[in-house]
Design a protein around this ligand. Structure first.
Ligand code: FE2
Length: 235
């Protein structure tokens, strides 16, 4: 069977969306869907004859609006989101160690990985970890807003994700350099922000980045806390 996730990309926000297909070839979940791609994602599900069990979020994004609410509406899937992200309309609020079950015997383990945001989680499934903006390929998410913390991000990556087997494949929430998949072993050895760096050095590095405020943050975060349904669309 194919245990590769289906990886989809949004060129506007450089966001990866993932469709995980169960061994039964009938059921799926989607992670971090992007609002204007909901029809693309739905077409994939339909073409492959998949029933969508869950829409999952790694965190409340600041750079794009999620399609979670729209996909939930059109497929009847449930929304499962990190408990610490203030996404109230979801059916399931996820905590560290929770298991999401779908299909015949698929299990996705929730790993709380705060730092990019306080509520961020990663999802572990069949030797693949979906890291959202916690760990990127040769990088990591910023830690300067949304209750971000470089100390927490360091502990999440070095203390939790780097403890996974080296062969675990890393599927990030974004890529800005043209790469799509990595491994824990590679990131542990070569990640230019985190590999072989002390927590103090990492904090100094993150504090010196001086990144601009994300263009979408004031719209995206409130929308995403409502599963992507913007206030003017509520009825
Ligand atoms: Fe993010």
């Amino acid at each position: 069977m194919n245990i590769n996730p289906i990886q989809l990309f949004d060129t506007e926000s450089s966001t990866f969306t993932y469709i995980l297909v169960g061994e039964d070839d009938k059921s799926a979940v989607i992670i971090d869907a992007v609002d204007h791609h909901w029809e693309r994602d739905l077409a994939h599900l339909k073409r492959l004859g998949l029933e969508l069990a869950y829409v999952l979020e790694t965190h409340a994004h600041a750079d794009h609006v999620t399609a979670a609410g729209k996909l939930r509406e059109v497929t009847g899937a449930k929304a499962a989101v990190p408990a610490g992200c203030g996404i109230a309309p979801a059916e399931v609020q996820l905590n560290d160690g929770d298991i999401i079950r779908f299909g015949k015997d698929e299990q996705i383990k929730v790993i709380h990985t705060p730092g990019h945001t306080a509520g961020s989680v990663s999802y572990l499934w069949r030797g693949n970890v979906f890291t959202g903006d916690t760990l990127l390929i040769d990088g990591c998410g910023r830690t300067d807003f949304q209750s971000g913390s470089s100390a927490a991000l360091y502990d999440s990556v070095v203390g939790k994700l780097f403890k996974l087997p080296d062969t675990t494949r890393v599927w990030p929430g974004h890529d800005y350099k043209g790469q799509s998949v990595s491994t824990i072993g590679w990131e542990k050895e070569h990640n230019s922000r985190l590999a072989h760096r002390s927590k103090e050095d990492f904090a100094t590095l993150m504090a010196s980045l001086n990144l601009p405020k994300p263009r979408m943050i004031d719209i995206a975060v409130p929308a995403n806390q409502n599963l992507g349904v913007r206030p003017e669309e509520r009825h």
